[in-house]
Design a protein around this ligand. Structure first.
Ligand code: ADP
Ligand code: ZN
Ligand code: ZN
Length: 692
């Protein structure tokens, strides 16, 4: 793509336009017949109305050319130019286009989804400057970029390293144990960047889950304008935040995944907190990784980027170990806070009471008796994952998915967690009419009930998606927890992410086993990250008598990965997993993509992918390194049927990323032309995060 603006008076100007369509190509138009709206200079990135079939759509100008492959009788004029100048800085438009190409997504659709909704239609962008809730000025007279008290030596070194990058691209992996003061470093580095008159973009996994992070930024920089970008905004708020960033009115932009595409007038630094978090990869539609694009963006804007985590992804760790990223380590917590001591409880030989061992219940009692808080982590919502007939073994399954229905108690119903289908609870077995229906396994509701029975004098707070579905419910629960009264928290991943709960001294993992035997090649990595993150909620207070303890229940206490994790820590396990990945040619030692197909008819996806495979083999035969690309499948997806659709996949791996990319580009174009593609939904996932 050439970003060269062209002179609009040029009579043969061909406008190359990204139009929202499922096709991986751009479309050519001539200038509108009414030249009144046409600006002197046609900048790439301006929006224009174009005819498309029998519709009228808003497209984005990619370039102006003097040639086209479209015959003169087919070439149509654009209808109207909507912007006089581009809202998207040229280098950012390049990033958008790069991302669409890299993730093999139709360019028009990609660019359309990246535009704030308020700009996708005909509306003009001459929106008047207005402060919204989401763009807050500061209110007191000073910013407080430095906390009281000294940075630790490790923190100091990390901060100095990032600051010395100044206004040059460099990627840092800030690899610091939970509670080691990573956020403190972000704040100080951000302060330094702001003082040079630059803007900062901060990406976090989920803003609604960690309102504390935003509060901390607001308290530290009350004088600065902070724009918040997350999925809960109204289109209006989103547009205001976007424009504030683009015009340079916002000093700090804090956002979730899609904020990586926000224009900045004066970019100075990108921070990606919890860089290992899966939410940075979009799992449907335009399947981009905000973390990976962050690095590409920092490079193209020539600014530093900090990826922070206590449990870096194996990709980032590999990049740090091989010197592509500068590795900054924080190995301890500052002040009097210490990392918690972790013990395994082998539940193989024990009688459990709704999933709890006697030792665990006893520990919870000890911690709350000392007026501390205990946190119980369970990876499953609902009351029980299985409803089973005692007599014949029948289990309640979803009619639309290869999955069991989860039993919920409040209110009583069965629900499929994959398609959200609900059913009343069976009073007797549909198979044998037996009346003994058993709830098998443990979910958060069941643990909550057990804890309430066991500790009638203590407040039990459940935190999961069901308990926090109403507006402000989560905020209210978090405020209650932060008041610090003794209580028992029971919940899912929602409790594991980023929270700073100073009164929590005990973290219990009810069942670590599901992660140990995952079919996904990243299963062990995810398991380790989750265990370390949830453990990291314990013992964060700056107080010697609030030491943290972590208890992990497992039936496989001798499992090697678990042993390595507990005894030697995350990095030892990560290095072990990396050497396994190297031997198996798995990422980060190869580039991977998955071609997925799904259809209502069971045989269609495999037929489509079978044809795709033949095509791939033909294409590879013509490529110089074609023989190095490995193709496996078609195979059924781990959950073959979901929401009534049958799903198959084809896995592609290559030691050289470029070979895989070249293959995919040609492949997608040819698949778009295939007749049989109309009967399936198909998609390409480059650098897939999971195999589901
Ligand atoms: P992380 O982001 O690594 O989880 P935080 O930045 O949230 O860690 O720090 C954890 C706690 O330690 C916070 O309460 C923070 O204010 C405090 N803290 C950070 N750095 C220091 C320091 N140098 N001295 C004392 N306390 C610190
Ligand atoms: Zn039965
Ligand atoms: Zn279902």
């Amino acid at each position: 793509m050439s970003a060269r603006p062209a002179n609009a008076t040029d009579p043969i100007a061909i406008l190359r336009v990204a139009v929202p369509s499922p096709l991986r190509r751009s479309f050519d138009y001539t200038l509108p017949t009414d030249r009144a709206t046409v600006p002197q200079v046609l900048e790439p990135g301006i929006r224009l109305r174009v005819p498309f079939g029998n519709r009228e759509l808003t497209g984005i100008l990619l370039e102006v050319s003097d040639t086209t492959n479209v015959s003169a009788d087919k070439l149509k004029p654009a209808i109207e130019i909507l912007d006089q100048t581009s809202l998207i800085p040229a280098h950012l438009l390049k990033l958008w286009c790069w991302a669409a190409r890299y993730y093999q997504h139709p360019i028009g659709d990609a660019l359309h989804t990246l535009m704030p909704t308020g700009l996708r239609g005909k509306a003009q962008a001459g929106i008047k400057k207005r402060k919204s809730d989401e763009v807050l000025p500061g209110t007191s007279e000073h910013d407080h970029p430095d906390r009281d008290g000294e940075l630790t030596d490790e923190q100091q070194q990390a901060r100095d390293a990032v600051c010395s990058a100044g206004n040059q691209f460099q990627c840092f992996l800030l690899d610091g144990v939970t509670g080691s003061g990573k956020t403190e470093i972000y704040l100080q580095v951000i302060s330094e960047t702001l003082s040079r008159g630059r803007q900062v973009l901060v990406l976090v996994p989920e803003i609604s889950l960690t309102p504390q992070t935003v509060t901390r930024f607001r308290q530290r920089f009350p004088q600065k304008t902070i724009a918040i970008m997350h999925s809960g905004l109204t289109p209006r708020q989103r547009l205001n935040a976007w424009l504030a960033a683009a015009r340079g009115d916002a000093d700090i932009v804090i956002g979730t995944r899609s904020a990586i595409f926000t224009p900045l007038a004066r970019p100075g630094l990108i921070v990606i907190d919890e860089e290992h978090d899966g939410s940075f990869k979009q799992q449907d539609g335009f399947r981009y990784s905000a973390r990976d694009l962050g690095v590409i963006r920092a490079q193209s804007e020539n600014i530093p980027i900090v990826l922070g985590s206590a449990t870096p992804s194996l990709e980032s760790l590999h990049n740090a170990l091989t010197g592509r990223y500068q590795h900054l380590r924080l190995t301890r917590r500052p002040g009097n806070a210490r990392l918690p001591v972790t013990r395994l409880i082998d539940t193989g030989q024990q009688t459990l009471e709704d999933g709890f061992s006697p030792a665990l219940l006893q520990s919870i009692r000890q911690h709350v008796d000392k007026r501390n808080q205990a946190l119980v982590f369970i990876n499953r919502r609902g009351f029980a994952p299985v409803l089973q007939c005692r007599d014949c073994g029948w289990t309640a399954e979803c009619r639309h998915c290869d999955a069991r229905m989860t039993l919920h108690r409040t209110p009583p119903h069965l629900r499929c967690h994959h398609c959200e289908r609900r059913e009343p609870v069976h009073q007797h077995c549909p198979e044998c009419q037996g009346k003994a229906m058993l709830a098998v396994g443990i979910g958060t509701e069941r643990s909550e009930a057990l804890l309430q029975r066991h500790f009638p004098d203590i407040r039990v707070i459940r935190v999961d998606r069901d308990a926090t579905s109403r507006k402000n419910e989560l905020d209210d629960l978090l405020s209650e927890i932060n008041r610090g009264e003794p209580c028992i928290l029971v919940g899912t991943q929602m409790l594991a992410k980023g929270h700073h709960f100073p009164a929590v001294t005990l973290v219990a993992v009810l069942d670590a086993d599901s992660g140990l035997f995952s079919a996904d090649f990243r299963g062990q990595e995810f398991m380790a990250q989750l265990l370390v993150q949830v453990s990291g909620r314990a013992g964060r207070a700056d107080s010697a008598d609030r030491a943290g303890e972590v208890l992990i229940q497992t039936r496989h206490s001798t499992h090697q990965s678990l042993q390595t994790l507990i005894n030697q820590g995350y990095h030892a396990l990560a290095e072990q997993l990396l050497s396994e990945r190297r031997l198996a040619d798995m990422p980060p030692f190869s580039a991977m993509a998955i071609l997925r197909a799904e259809a209502l008819n069971a045989s269609v996806p495999a037929q489509f992918l079978g044809a795709a495979r033949s095509l791939i083999e033909q294409l590879l035969a013509q490529m110089p390194n074609g023989h190095q690309v490995q193709v496996s499948g078609p195979l059924p997806a781990p959950m073959e049927k979901r929401a009534n659709r049958y799903r198959q996949q084809l896995l592609l791996r290559s030691p050289q990323r470029a070979d895989l990319q070249n293959l995919l580009t040609v492949l997608c174009q040819q698949l778009e032309q295939m007749k049989s593609q109309r009967n399936v939904r198909w998609s390409v996932d480059v650098d897939p995060q999971d195999m589901i």
